[in-house]
Ligand binder design. Structure first.
Ligand SMILES: [Zn+2]
Length: 644
């Protein structure tokens, strides 16, 4: 039945934009029916004991009835009622139009440069601005401070979600310098507020963006299997903008406000399994629940199963993530804005505060003192998170206890600090400043997940993060036809012989392997991984380098790891480079170049500067610096220093 509805009701969904919607009860429908009801064009609010509560046009209701569902009216004309509520301006809390919101954000930033900075994260499908305000002292620079992100209206019709996030903007402005708590939090945190995630939907009073995509089904953790999911993971401009934002600014906590019910929903939403650090998310959810009175639980059971949500990706990226449903109505009368904000205010402030609890520090290169962008794995749960690329600082919420923390970066030796104690007193935080040692025998490897296709959540209990890091025999089960896209954190260079190795831990499945230097492509086919260790030569397929690697499975592919040969360890006269059964470059001074072959010149970061055609012995004029010269095959590598 589900499949039938999905096919024949697409047309009905397209008419949603203008037709009024009623609030209805789809009686006796269960969580398992939620996707089918959504596919029919209805907007699912929540699942109750009686059935699914959803918004639907008359046409969609007729289609649901035709498909065998019993549909009962709850609130006729709910969308008209929300529209009237939107226009019900009051002296205090007030809904703003998109233009009014943009003007307000600009004016706020211009008038308060000491504590906030306006960032245009990107533009929507319809060309509108996706605006975030960062609150902090010294807001124009990143400081070693824990970051928190609250956003609203990823579903454009849930306007009370916009209002709660925007009211916090006003609250911080009005209380900084007079309220000691607000002042302390702004001074010691980086607080990101993104009230209008989906401006197209907000303007049209629609759930979807201007491209008819549900932005909360389009994120890259287990993407797919949903209606309105988009052409591919992160296909939507709004989501790419926010992804880039969290890559620049890893958050301790990432909260997405919604409305249509009252509920604190934590990951996973795609799977009935608990997250590895359930104790942490349970604790924080309970803290948010106390002052607000909202119930809390896991999204999969507490709401209904969905793929491609923000909260699942957030946690997959090492951030505590939630969808928090703040009001039973998506757009209640404006008189509800102040009470709803007041209900959430102290819980939001507590989250700002709690972001400073746990394990914090910086990670730098032992040789250069420069920041090292790395994974931070906290044991015993062993779940990865990331530090800030600019300063190398990391911040992880943790409860009092004793932990081990492993820092892992491509081209460095793992650094593990055991016996890390988060104290139960004071500010309940501990600081680790770690220096990592670069090592020429340490391979490059996948550092973070960009996106992966959904898997059968009950048959496949493996996580894509298992494909990160060097080969360890622990695989992510990449199901037949499914894709995973990984970021190696820095480009794997073409060198002599094998540059890239894909490890399969067991089974006979194969995977096509592609490479690109942007995760959005264009992709180049590198070959097929079909054995326990399949090596690839990037040069043989015309690639100079690849930072991103994409695998698509034929049969079940037990994907252990992808490693790149580390060419950054090149040293003059060194021939003892260890390798993980992968041939690396041999190095010698003054070795003759192979006759008739072009030589490549790379700068110190590994970027190819030029190719020297056969016969040319001296490079043209180059800026002062260190360069590496090597041939496309087995030519010895030489280091070239140009000084002027
Ligand atoms: Zn929502």
């Amino acid at each position: 039945m589900c499949r039938l509805i999905a096919c024949c009701l697409l047309l009905a969904g397209a008419a949603l934009a203008t037709e009024p919607r009623d609030l209805v009860l789809v009686r006796s429908a269960t969580r398992a029916d939620a996707r089918a009801v959504e596919a029919a064009g209805a907007l699912v609010d929540f699942v109750s004991a009686e059935g699914i509560v959803a918004e639907a046009t008359e046409q969609v209701q007729a289609s649901l009835r035709a498909a065998g569902f019993a549909v009962e009216p709850l609130v006729p004309g709910i969308s008209d009622r929300y529209e009237a509520n939107f226009n019900s301006g009051l002296e205090f809390g007030q809904y703003l139009t998109y233009d009014g919101f943009v003007d307000s954000m600009r004016a706020i930033a211009a008038n308060n440069p000491g504590i906030c900075r306006l960032e245009t994260l990107g533009t929507s499908f319809g060309g509108r601005l996706v605006l975030a305000l960062k609150f902090s002292d010294n807001p124009s620079v990143h400081e070693n401070e824990p970051a928190v992100h609250f956003e609203g209206a990823i579903h454009g019709d849930e306007k009370i979600a916009w209002a709660v996030a925007f009211e916090m903007v006003k609250y911080l402005l009005n209380n900084y310098g007079t309220d000691t708590l607000v002042t302390r939090l702004v001074n010691t945190r980086e607080i990101w507020l993104l009230p209008m995630y989906n401006p197209d939907g907000y303007v049209a009073a629609r759930r979807y963006n201007g491209n008819n995509v549900d932005l909360n089904r389009n994120w890259g953790w287990m993407w797919g299997g949903e209606s309105a999911q988009g052409a591919s993971a992160f296909s939507e401009a709004e989501n790419r903008a926010v992804l880039a934002h969290i890559w620049r600014n890893p958050m301790v906590m990432f909260i997405s406000f919604h409305a249509g019910i009252e509920y604190i929903s934590f990951p996973w939403s795609y799977s009935p399994d608990s997250i590895p650090e359930k104790r942490l998310i349970n604790f924080l959810s309970q803290r948010y629940s106390v002052p607000t009175g909202y119930p809390y639980g896991q999204g999969y059971q507490g709401m209904y199963p969905i793929n491609g949500s923000t909260k699942d990706f957030d946690y997959g990226y090492g951030m505590m993530g939630w969808s928090i449903e703040v009001h039973a109505q998506k757009t209640p009368p404006a008189s509800e804005i102040d009470p709803t904000f007041n209900r959430n205010r102290s819980a939001m402030l507590e989250f700002f505060h709690r972001a400073g609890q746990g394990i914090h520090g910086t990670v730098t290169d032992a040789a250069t003192g420069l920041p090292v962008h790395c994974q931070v794995w906290v044991g015993p749960a062993n779940w990865p998170s990331y530090n800030h690329r600019e300063l190398g600082d990391f911040h992880r919420f943790y409860l009092p206890g004793t932990y081990s923390v492993t820092f892992r970066a491509p081209g460095y030796l793992d650094t593990t600090v055991a016996g890390v104690v988060v104290p139960g007193s004071g500010d309940s935080s501990v600081t680790l400043d770690v220096r990592m040692t670069p090592n020429e025998s340490a391979p490059l490897f996948a550092c973070r997940l960009v996106w992966c296709s959904y898997v059968n959540e009950t048959a496949n209990r493996t996580y894509p993060v298992r494909a990160l890091g060097p080969s360890d025999g622990v695989p992510f089960q990449l199901d037949n036809t499914k894709t995973i896209c990984l970021d190696m954190n820095r480009p794997v260079r073409n060198g002599p012989g094998t540059d890239l190795v894909v490890y399969r831990s067991s089974g006979t499945g194969t995977a096509s392997v592609q490479g690109a230097n942007s995760w959005q492509g264009p992709w180049t086919n590198i070959g097929t991984a079909n054995s326990a260790q399949t090596g690839f030569d990037l040069g043989s397929v015309g690639l100079d380098s690849t930072r991103f690697v994409r695998l698509t499975a034929s049969g079940t592919f037990y994907f252990d790891a992808v490693e790149g040969v580390n060419f950054t360890g090149i040293e003059e006269g060194s021939t003892n480079r260890a390798s993980r059964s992968v041939p690396g470059p041999s190095v010698a001074r003054g070795a003759p170049r192979a006759r008739g072959r072009p030589l490549s010149l790379l700068d110190a970061t590994g970027r190819r500067v030029l190719s020297l055609p056969p016969g040319q012995t001296a490079p043209p004029r180059l800026a002062p610096g260190v360069y590496f010269v090597y041939g496309e095959t087995a030519t010895p590598v030489r280091r070239l220093v140009i000084v002027r």
